[in-house]
Design a protein around this ligand. Structure first.
Ligand SMILES: [Zn+2]
Length: 285
């Protein structure tokens, strides 16, 4: 018995040594494959992926002269996406009189969105929200990053100090399992090299869905729905709020009020889509 247990001990020791050695080889091979210049993981993903819209091969893609860190769309489909012309409105949709009129009583200074709430963004957002297509967060963040960077270069929008996202109530989070705005925001902040805080604002009221409500109904529905969970450092003067779709701006405005009570001077709302006034009835929660 003693001999057998010694044999088992020896075997265990040998096994452990083998595992350590294999692990080292595995790590070095992985490092060789993924970390050396030409063969980065992102490049491999891009070469293996098919475009989400036309099924063509996805290669390196660019938008607004920035290389995009994404593996879902080919260059042709990126060029065809229905973006707002940011240069006409100086990167701020509130400079567009129709939008300014449609969003009264707001407490943020800049509104930036990539596109109206139309195809393919409306389909993608539904897939991300209800079918768990998390990989779309990276595409959205990359597009927002490229467009936002380009806008910052050509306008007088001051640099931001912090990125946050529109929070979900914990009950909604438990049902869905994730917050799509958080997924986009953390990737966007990482690409911009800005700090991201997910818990500055919490949603403390589990209110009814905003679908189909007018601006005043939404304001009433969202009254006291948010709370500032933690104070902000005194140097934080410009905060970016990330949302998926802006409709009446009520949610972002309520959050902006809280941020301003904590010493923030400028709030920019950065969203994927804006529901244009004439199609208000067709949108979001
Ligand atoms: Zn394509």
């Amino acid at each position: 018995m003693a001999g057998t247990s010694r044999l088992i001990k020896l075997n265990n020791k040998t096994l452990v040594r083998c595992c350590v050695a294999l692990k080292a080889v595995y790590r070095s091979k992985l490092a060789l494959i993924f970390n050396t210049g030409k063969f980065r993981l992102n490049n491999i993903q891009q070469h293996l992926s098919c475009c989400d819209l036309c099924a063509a091969n996805v290669g390196a893609s660019y938008f607004q002269e920035k290389r995009l860190r994404q593996a879902l769309l080919c260059q042709h489909c990126i060029n065809d996406l229905p973006f707002f012309k940011q240069d006409i409105i100086n990167g701020n949709l509130l400079n567009w009189p129709t939008i300014k009129q449609a969003l009264p009583n707001i407490h943020f200074e800049y509104l930036f969105a990539l596109s109206p709430y139309i195809y393919p963004f409306n389909i993608w957002l539904a897939q991300m929200k209800y079918l768990g297509r998390f990989e779309l967060a990276n595409l959205f963040a990359s597009l927002l990053y490229a467009q936002w960077q380009k806008t910052m270069e050509s306008t007088l929008i001051p640099p931001a100090d912090l990125v946050i996202s529109v929070p979900l109530h914990v009950k909604k989070w438990q049902v869905r399992g994730y917050n799509q705005a958080h997924l986009i925001a953390q990737d966007f902040a990482q690409q911009l090299a800005l700090p991201y805080e997910k818990d500055v604002i919490i949603r403390c009221k589990h209110n009814q869905s905003q679908i189909g409500k007018t601006g005043s109904q939404r304001r009433k529905n969202l009254a006291n729905a948010f709370k500032l969970k933690q104070g902000l450092a005194s140097h934080i003067k410009h905060v970016i709020i990330i949302d998926d779709v802006v409709t009446t701006g009520t949610t972002a405005s309520e959050i902006s009020k809280l941020l301003k009570s904590a010493g923030v001077e400028i709030v920019s709302v950065v969203a994927l889509c804006l529901t244009l006034p004439k199609s208000k009835s067709s949108t979001k929660a």
